[in-house]
Design a protein around this ligand. Structure first.
Ligand SMILES: Nc1ncnc2c1ncn2[C@@H]1O[C@H](COP(=O)(O)OP(=O)(O)OP(=O)(O)O)[C@@H](O)[C@H]1O
Ligand SMILES: [Mg+2]
Length: 145
């Protein structure tokens, strides 16, 4: 039923829980687990960059990509620990929710798993904006952990 499972990974506790669910479901349904970390390209960042010390856009992009890679590597370790037998981790740049939904459609995902909260940690919100947008834009079922 859920053969291709996409887990959205941002390094937060919420997404770690999502990885554990996704990993167990992958093993149970004997499908494939695809984990995706989205980082923002500098052109997508709003004008706040002038507040930090001068950096070239290339450096910013490299730093964002490097961090995304670390998060993706950690995701593979967690997936394996949670029992996943077939899994891959990807990184992509773009707007998180749109990129997660597009990636899932391209891979014919049967299920998208997201954490209810991410790195934002603003108390009082019931659902993060990325998980909210993914649930409204996706054309397959979404599991919010
Ligand atoms: N950049 C990202 N790449 C991949 N998945 C992400 C990304 N950001 C969020 N997610 C997914 O969405 C879930 C919820 O995170 P979300 O960003 O919606 O909440 P938040 O950070 O608490 O709030 P907000 O970002 O709206 O301030 C995460 O647990 C993760 O599964
Ligand atoms: Mg967030």
């Amino acid at each position: 039923m859920f053969k291709t499972i996409v887990v959205a990974v941002d390094g937060s506790e919420g997404s770690k829980k999502a990885i554990r669910y996704g990993a167990q479901m992958q093993a149970q349904y004997e499908g494939e687990l695809l984990m995706l970390t989205v980082f923002r390209h500098h052109s997508l960042l709003e004008g706040s960059m002038s507040m930090v010390r001068p950096q070239t856009p290339e450096n910013i992009d490299d730093a964002m990509r490097g961090y995304a890679r670390e998060v993706a590597d950690e995701a593979k370790v967690l997936a394996k620990e949670a029992g996943a037998t077939r899994f891959r981790a990807f990184i992509k740049s773009g707007q998180p929710a749109r990129t997660i939904v597009k990636f899932s459609a391209e891979h014919n995902a049967d299920l998208i798993v997201v954490g209810s909260r991410g790195m934002g940690d603003i108390e009082g919100f019931l659902l993060g904006s990325v998980s909210h947008k993914v649930t409204s834009l996706a054309s397959c079922p979404v599991l919010v952990v």
